[in-house]
Design a protein. Structure first.
Length: 339
């Protein structure tokens, strides 16, 4: 169905505190897949951008759940995508460790060329080792940055988290617009604020349609008619749409701008050679991605929390371990409880 384009078209993008959206696999697809495919000049530029984005994860020898280093050219590996809101207010207050607005853990199986992604609600009530108590998972990054977030997620799923990609949401709209929009199925009619926080500026009708950056942002951030779990599912569908669009032939003319938009707004502990190893996952023209979500219930005490269902977490642990080729004895067995 047609959509009402009653929204701001302002080109200056301000990062507001309520933005909660993802463009998770774009760094892998844009920085390397396209660069490797379309020539030496783009490959060189992608390498430069990846080098500028590199930042150590703070762990001396990688994941403590690994016996040694991993090689993504031959090993199944995991990547934690960390979405943060680096708002102007926080930057002005020199708050370098922000709350995470979104977390997605992805496992990649080399033989199957497949990806499994599980969304972790930001209000999930979990044990944070650095703090020594249970609270919202998004506090891990605020307290101890990337290293604390990695340790917390490893404790939750009892699997090694090999790599991370930390994403500043600032480029989301520009990336979607550089792709000339993405095809997404809008589940219901919605009114949502735009990137300038103008209430009701975006009006979308239900149905499959081409969304520009502002509209994709509105769909990814809304939860007025449901909850964080459904929003996480929508974000995963948006990720798939972006990945599909990114690996298409139509991205050739926009590669330079796409790579710059991604590179300016992310940090990662992956070297460019490690990033290039993931090209084979999309070499057939699409990625085999399965999305997972975590079941739970509302928990209200001193604040609102999302109480994860222990049986469901155990089920997701088993799925991710199998996808990584790990047996139950391959990782530590003293995982902290989620309560």
């Amino acid at each position: 169905m047609a959509k009402d384009k009653t929204k701001s078209r302002i080109k200056i993008r301000k990062n507001k505190k309520r933005r909660r959206y993802l463009y998770i696999l774009i760094p892998i697809v844009v920085l390397l897949g396209a660069g490797v495919t379309y020539g030496a000049v783009m490959l060189s530029k992608a390498g430069d951008i990846a080098a500028e984005s590199y930042e150590d994860d703070g762990r001396e020898n990688g994941s403590s759940l690994r016996d040694g280093d991993v090689d993504p050219t031959v090993d199944d590996v995991s990547i934690l995508f960390i979405g943060v809101d680096q708002s102007e207010k926080r930057e002005a207050n020199n708050e370098s460790n922000e709350l995470t607005d979104a977390l997605i853990l992805a496992t990649l199986n080399k033989d199957d060329k497949s990806v499994k992604m599980v969304s972790i609600p930001r209000d999930s009530y979990v044990y944070i080792p650095d703090l020594g108590y249970t609270t919202k998972i998004n506090h891990a990054h605020a307290f101890g940055g990337v290293a604390s977030t990695l340790e917390t997620v490893e404790g939750l799923f009892d699997i090694p988290v090999d790599y991370y990609v930390k994403i500043n949401f600032n480029a989301f709209i520009d990336v979607v617009d550089e792709l000339n929009g993405i095809e997404v199925d809008v589940p219901y009619e919605l009114y949502e604020q735009d990137s300038e926080d103008t209430a009701g500026a975006i009006h979308l009708m239900p149905g499959e349609q081409l969304l520009d950056g502002e509209e994709a942002l509105a769909l990814a951030r809304t939860r007025k008619q449901d909850n964080d779990i459904e929003r996480g599912k929508r974000q995963q569908e948006i990720i798939k749409a972006i990945v599909d669009r990114s690996v298409s032939f139509n991205t050739i003319l926009n590669l330079d701008n796409l790579m710059q938009a991604v590179g300016d707004n992310m940090t990662t502990n992956m070297t460019f050679n490690e990033i290039k190893s993931f090209v084979s996952y999309g070499s057939a023209g699409s990625l085999d991605i399965e999305t997972l979500s975590l079941e739970g219930s509302d928990l209200v005490t001193d604040a609102y929390y999302y109480q994860l269902d222990e049986a469901d977490v155990a089920e997701k642990q088993a799925i991710l371990k199998e996808h990584l080729g790990l047996s139950s004895s391959s990782t530590q067995t003293d995982t902290q409880t989620i309560e």
